[in-house]
Design a protein around this ligand. Structure first.
Ligand code: NAD
Length: 269
């Protein structure tokens, strides 16, 4: 029940019907006796400027989760950004301060790492391969660098994009070994699919099947794709004896980070 006294948070994107956050947040609010509710907003790009202006004056709205395709465009329109959101030029959550200022952060990478730690993966001194250097891949790569991986390799079909991310990360973390080259997968402690490949039952793989056979069985293999839960990539990794991490695990792990940034939830829910 949304009452006059209910405080709101939102999630904005387009399309929006597929997102799981409203169900997850509203269930948590209800189970924890919070007078809060999340609403889903399908916004046309032409409405974004007016929406941001409205947020500044919207006193009973605490914050807003940001999803595809607005993570980059909204990062340019806020009043302040966390260092990682500024470096990535991308936000996935906005907090409205009491004075109406809008602050942005990007906790995609932190959520990913929280899920990975729950699988026993400790990033310090590890070797990681991230396939996909778009919004999510960049956030995961940044979080891995912050956590002190020994080596990070970034791969993408769009090679200039992967190289641009490696350059950005080398500037931010000059002590780390960050590159775009690898011969096979056997050296990696973590291999991540951060591309949409495998989504919707396409059956496609982000890396060639032959290459996947070189996965180290002690590696953690993770996918960001949420549907299907077990992608063909994860299926192969599991058959090879690797630990696997699914897209929904990352999304669920991130809920506390999003809620905490908006000031409506503890970090570890
Ligand atoms: P994006 O379009 O910004 O980036 C995708 C990147 O993958 C692009 O750079 C593209 O060139 C690259 N790519 C595509 N196919 C490739 C291939 N075969 N090999 C190498 N690179 C390839 O997309 P994004 O915003 O980063 O989102 C990626 C996926 O992450 C989406 O499927 C999205 O639904 C999912 N996602 C999951 C979570 C979660 O919590 N699990 C959160 C956010 C997004």
């Amino acid at each position: 029940m949304i009452r006059g006294s209910t405080e709101l948070v939102a999630i904005i994107g387009s399309p929006i019907a597929q997102v799981k956050s409203p169900a997850n947040f509203n269930t948590w609010f209800e189970q924890n006796g919070q007078e809060l509710a999340m609403v889903a907003i399908d916004m046309a790009e032409s409405g974004l400027a007016a929406f941001i202006d409205a947020l500044r004056g919207w006193r009973n709205l605490r914050g807003c989760v940001v999803t595809v395709p607005y993570k980059q465009v909204l990062a340019e329109r806020l009043d302040g950004l966390s260092p990682r959101a500024a470096a990535l030029r991308s936000v996935n959550v906005i907090r409205r301060e009491a004075d109406g200022r809008l602050l942005g952060d990007n906790v995609d990478g932190e959520g990913f790492l929280k899920a990975a730690r729950a699988h026993g993966f400790q990033p310090a001194e590890k070797r990681a391969l991230v396939v996909g250097s778009g919004g999510v891949g960049a956030a995961i790569a940044y979080a891995l660098c912050e956590s002190g991986v020994r080596q990070l390799v970034i791969a993408d079909l769009d090679k200039p994009r992967a190289e641009a991310l490696a350059k950005l990360l080398r500037a931010a973390f000059p002590q780390l070994n960050i590159g775009n080259q690898y011969a096979n997968l056997s050296v990696f402690d973590l291999v991540v699919n951060a591309t949409p490949v495998g989504m919707g039952g396409s059956g496609e793989l982000p890396l060639a099947g032959q290459l996947l056979e070189t996965l180290n069985p002690s590696a953690l293999v993770a996918d960001v794709v949420t549907n299907p839960v077990i992608t063909p990539f994860l299926e192969i990794a599991r058959e090879l004896g690797c630990r696997i991490q699914t897209g929904p695990e990352m999304a669920r792990a991130q809920m506390g980070n999003l809620g905490h940034f908006m000031g409506v939830m503890p970090l570890d829910v």
